[in-house]
Ligand binder design. Structure first.
Ligand SMILES: C[S@@+](CC[C@H](N)C(=O)[O-])C[C@H]1O[C@@H](n2cnc3c(N)ncnc32)[C@H](O)[C@@H]1O
Length: 444
């Protein structure tokens, strides 16, 4: 890589999390959304800062628990643009964790990598640990050069072109994080790209983003299986314009052979037979006599009519997150690791207490209800309260917090869901969900 400064250097100083970055003038806007997708201008999207914060926290959790062993973690920020993600891994994690990270930054665009490395030289991690190596090239080729423990895919649009080679590059035990900004496809609004890229259909209802996450997980699981691996989801998040799944991947022919055990369908307004099959497969909680469930999951071998508009899938029907990983993502932890603090950096930015507060609030928001949901992530009933209100014919959507609390009082597990619409997750049967909702909002 050429050591000379890119055009426009040093640009403007920006702070994301606790990491300083220099951005070409015009790219530092705090407005949601990217400023440019042209090559030759390092791409920076502030709307993805929460995604990157969660990436730092998840890597921290995995290192803390020794889940990928206790040696060097070979990590790849596969489509790195400004390199802000990998720089945040090594800057913000505690010194002893960063010391274990050997990260490679890959991008097709040499100008992006030049901005990334110049920022890194100007603002290296204070603790001096962690290493970064830039590689200009096509990720699909570069990724196969060596085994990695951690691979991040954050493309423009769909991750499909990169999945297969990234999967092959993984060490025996590894983590892959996959973002998808083609959410119109994954959530069923753009039906043809959904079928073409992901081989699935999704009903466009309030659960469409959950279905989209599950479709993406199914594709990641099948890709893993083709390479003799199996997956366990760590975190699945819908965040404004994108979907993101993070999964642990292990070499296991046995796991790969049984991939279809976790793949199936979602059916809206299920029939008695469909419900029976769902309960029989452990995908639905309890028999309901008074309140019909809004939807249920079905196993892959259930004969579905794919032209039936009620059906979404094929999709992942297993749990979409790991309780332990999710419970580590508290607001306190997020602020402790990634929250900017008053000091020389904020002085350099001429930030007052208000700017610091706004930046810390953004960090807190990036973990949303993740830790609340951690204790119920294995429960199958995700209920969006707007949908519930119209399904039950009640006046207004009940508060998800109150619903969760009533269901807990009734002896079930329930918690707020980390979903882009107000929702709760529970293992309560639908009769009890209905009873709790009617107690809060009588039928119209
Ligand atoms: C959405 S941006 C990545 C944003 C970045 N991960 C972040 O957190 O800011 C996608 C990047 O992928 C790069 N890119 C596109 N196709 C590529 C390929 N085949 N190999 C390597 N990089 C590629 C683009 O140059 C662009 O910088």
């Amino acid at each position: 890589m050429d050591d000379s400064s890119p055009d426009g250097w040093p640009g403007l100083l920006h702070l994301e999390g606790r990491t300083r970055i220099r951005l070409i003038e015009g790219a530092e806007s705090r407005a949601l959304g990217p400023r440019t997708k042209k090559s030759g201008v390092a791409f920076y999207n502030p709307a993805m800062s929460g995604n990157r914060t969660r990436s730092v926290l998840l890597l921290g959790h995995i290192l803390d628990r020794g889940i990928l062993g206790d040696g060097t973690i070979y990590a790849l920020d596969g489509l790195c643009a400004t390199g802000i993600r990998a720089r945040r891994w090594i800057n913000e994690l505690p010194a002893e964790m960063s010391a274990r990270i050997s990260a490679t930054l890959v991008d097709l665009d040499p100008v992006s990598l030049s901005w990334a490395m110049k920022s890194h030289e100007m603002y290296p991690p204070e603790h001096g640990n962690g290493s970064l190596e830039p590689v200009v090239g096509d990720l699909r080729r570069v990724v196969l050069d060596s085994g990695r423990h951690w691979v991040d895919l954050d493309p423009f649009g769909t991750p499909i072109p990169f999945l297969d080679s990234a999967m092959q590059s993984l060490a025996r035990s590894a983590v892959i994080e996959v973002s998808a900004t083609d959410s119109a496809a994954l959530t069923g609004s753009s039906k043809k790209p959904l079928l073409r890229r992901y081989g699935a259909r999704v009903r466009t209802d309030c659960l469409a983003h959950d279905s989209g996450l599950r479709v993406l997980l199914a594709v990641v699981a099948r890709t893993a299986a083709r390479h003799g691996r199996c997956i366990s989801p760590l975190l699945s998040v819908w965040d404004s314009h994108h979907l993101r799944v993070s999964v642990r991947v292990r070499k296991s022919l046995e796991g790969a052979n049984s991939v279809e055990e976790n793949i199936g369908w979602r059916v809206h307004s299920p029939s008695v037979d469909e419900l029976g099959a769902s309960i029989g497969s452990g995908l639905h909680h309890g028999v309901s006599e008074l309140v019909e469930p809004m939807s249920c999951l079905l196993p892959f071998d259930y004969p579905v009519d794919r032209s039936d508009k009620r059906i979404s899938g094929p999709m992942w029907v297993g749990q979409i997150g790991c309780s332990e990983a999710m419970s580590s993502m508290t607001v306190d932890r997020a602020l402790e690791i990634c929250g900017p603090r008053e000091g020389s950096v904020t002085e350099q930015l001429e930030w007052g207490s208000r700017e610091i507060m706004v930046a810390r609030r953004q960090i807190a928001n990036s973990v949303g209800n993740i830790s609340d949901e951690s204790g119920v992530i294995d429960a199958n009933h995700l209920v969006v309260v707007d949908d519930l209100a119209s399904w039950l014919g009640i006046g207004a959507p009940p508060s998800p917090k109150r619903m969760a609390s009533l269901l807990r009082e009734a002896g079930y597990r329930a918690g707020l869901a980390n979903y882009g619409r107000p929702a709760f997750r529970t293992d309560a049967p639908w009769d009890d969900i209905g009873e709790a909702a009617f107690s809060l909002q009588p039928p119209m």
